[in-house]
Design a protein around this ligand. Sequence first.
Ligand code: HEM
Length: 100
Amino acid sequence: VLQVLTPEPPTGDDPDSPAVFDLGEVAEHDSLDDCWMVIEGKVYDFTDYVGQHPAPPSVLEPWCGKQATEGMRTKGIGRDHSPAAWAMLDDYRIGKLADD
Ligand code: HEM
């Protein structure tokens, strides 16, 4: 009953009705204090993760607010992230990118 009275905002977790964002909205979250990224068409909010990332936040910063599939695939050093790192993404998913 409480859930009906105070519905949670869409998180993107429900594959039937993910929250949909365009690149302009994502671009508003382009700092380490507020860091969204698009990876393979899905939108993530990594704000709570940047301080936990194994490499310094400065490596993430250029990708905040942007399409970051390349960053995820290369780490900026030509090496893909591990399957374990890829598996962490779901925890930060907030939705998907709008189709163009
Ligand atoms: C998209 C921009 C990103 C860049 C440029 C980047 C870069 C890096 C670099 C330079 C390292 C250390 C070097 C190495 O381990 O080979 C690293 C490690 C790691 N990163 Fe990232 N990272 C990014 C995003 C993420 C995200 C979004 C996550 C998870 C939510 C993540 C999770 C990890 C983990 C778990 C490691 C340890 C090594 C591994 O499991 O592959 N990274 N990253």
